[in-house]
Write a protein that binds this ligand. Structure first.
Ligand code: UDP
Length: 483
């Protein structure tokens, strides 16, 4: 049995930070001659339809099958199929309820597939996929958002008594039992997986049980980036961990880079033309992810800070209001003309980051953005908002030492980061001498390591081979008839 005999079924969470890397993983597997099916909902399928169409045209055995979420049954508006469309965080629980209802329809679909599925790779937020894989007699691998460092930190805080020993949310403590000395507040360590309602507590318990039963863990990272943490995570979880990334580096063609995740709010060619006019390493890119929202007042401070810094920039603004549109058009855009490019909505992030003119990245520290910044080999300004982003920030700043923090705490989302502070951070990160140069050099080295990891014979390439071989062994052990 070889990879061409395998049929992987991928079930991504409906959130950009999970779907985008899963689509990359799907195409990497298909490049290894496996058959791949991605299961998602119509709105989400639409977001990556053209990328999949290109893959099919290139003779990859890949397809997307759509299932409908029962949104009205759980009280969500029709069409609200992605977490980035849900109006408020407290409604997330309804989405989880709708996702749970996909179990039977998914099973019906998988039982009809030819060739028969040989492995499920699913997000850990679909805990029922463990039982489903057992019923089908195939392995299930779990794919989780963060890298090994953050994954391990979360494992430690959730499985030890450490949080109970820390009094208040704002008290700092050192994460026990890991290689680096990492200090975080209780709120930072627990903002991911906040268990505020009974439904969420139950859901997290189910996720943990399902993860324990999984047949391995797939991580979008690479071994050279966090060698100790890959090993420590594998020990802590008592499972094989395959680091197969940075998966974004699988995108090589202009269209794959430009159309990643969603329709961009700018003509991608114009964006590149603009970057072509700038000197190497002179532009800072500002993008705070697919989910985070900032106040209009904060947006003004970012704009003014960038203006004060005198550095060229591309600034992606996810949501504008009437007030902010007025502010942009009545003076700001004119003042920064030629030096600042503003993108409203979705930025072609990986395309921008991979341009030689970009020399710094203001990021909210989502794991994908973190890894995309690392892959680009550039230093970062860290501005975490929620969830695992605070731990990712510690990784960038304390472990990799390629970042400068704006110093925001959990719950301080509405605390204003002032323009002077933003200007200072931009100057520090773009500095070409002293500390700035040391940071830049480290970042460049990680960027080179990332690229090597994804090349043939590189660690992530080898890990993908090992993962495929392991699936074959597991199938043979389960004595399952494949294809
Ligand atoms: N992204 C993008 N354009 C945007 C915003 C986000 O291409 O305007 C991509 C980004 O490259 C990354 C993903 O969306 O691959 C966001 O994932 P991440 O884990 O960084 O953060 P999240 O948005 O899930 O908080």
């Amino acid at each position: 049995m070889a990879s061409k005999d395998l049929h992987f079924v991928l079930i991504p969470l409906m959130q950009q930070g999970h779907m985008i890397p899963m689509v990359d993983i799907a195409r990497i597997l298909a490049h290894r001659h496996a058959t791949v099916t991605i299961i998602t909902t119509p709105v989400n399928a639409n977001r990556f339809r053209s990328a999949i169409a290109r893959a099919i045209e290139a003779n990859l055995k890949i397809q997307v099958l759509e299932l409908q979420l029962s949104l009205s049954e759980v009280g969500l508006p029709e069409g609200c199929e992605n977490f980035d469309m849900i109006p408020s965080f407290d409604l997330f629980v309804k989405m989880y309820a709708a996702m749970d209802m996909l179990e039977q329809p998914t099973e019906n679909l998988l039982r009809r597939l030819t060739p028969a599925p040989s492995c499920i790779i699913s997000d850990n937020q679909f805990p029922w996929t463990t039982d489903l894989a057992q019923r089908l007699g195939i392995p299930r691998l779990v794919f989780h958002g963060p890298g090994c460092f953050t994954f391990l930190c979360l494992h430690i805080v959730m499985n030890t008594n450490i949080l109970n020993e820390v009094e208040s949310d704002s008290d700092y403590f050192i994460i026990p039992g890991i290689t680096d000395r990492i200090q975080v507040t209780k709120a930072q360590a627990s903002s991911w997986g906040k268990r505020e309602t009974k439904e969420m507590v139950d859901f997290f318990q189910r996720m943990e049980v399902a993860e324990e039963a999984a047949d391995g863990i797939v991580v979008n990272s690479f071994e050279e980036l966090e060698p100790n943490y890959v090993e420590e995570l594998s020990k802590a979880k008592k499972k094989k961990v395959w680091c197969i990334g940075p998966v974004s580096l699988h995108n090589r063609s202009f269209l794959d880079l430009a159309e990643r995740g969603n329709k961009a709010g700018i003509d991608e060619h114009d964006c590149l033309k603009w970057l072509d006019t700038k000197e190497q390493g002179s532009v800072i890119f500002v993008c705070l992810g697919s989910m985070s929202s900032i106040t209009t007042e904060q947006m003004f401070e970012i704009g003014l800070g960038l203006e004060l810094s005198k550095v060229s920039f591309i600034w992606c603004i996810r949501n504008t209001t009437e007030e902010s549109e007025r502010w942009l058009s009545e003076g700001y855009e004119e003042r920064v003309k030629g030096r600042g490019l503003i993108i409203r909505g979705w930025a072609p992030q990986v395309l921008i980051l991979s341009h030689i003119a970009v020399g710094g990245f203001v990021t909210h520290c989502g794991w994908n953005s973190t890894l995309e910044g690392v892959s680009a080999g550039i230093p970062m300004i860290t501005w975490p908002q929620f969830a695992d982003q605070f731990l990712n920030e510690r990784f960038i700043v304390d472990v990799l030492k390629v970042g400068v923090s704006v110093n925001i705490e959990v719950g301080e989302k509405d605390k204003l980061v002032k323009k002077e502070n933003i200007k200072l951070c931009v100057e520090m990160v773009m500095e070409k001498e002293r500390e700035g140069e040391v940071r830049r050099k480290r970042a460049r080295e990680f960027g080179e390591m990332a690229k090597r990891a994804m090349e043939e014979g590189g660690s992530s390439h080898v890990n993908m081979t090992l993962m495929i071989q392991d699936v074959i062994h597991q199938l043979l052990a389960k004595n399952t008839k494949v294809i």
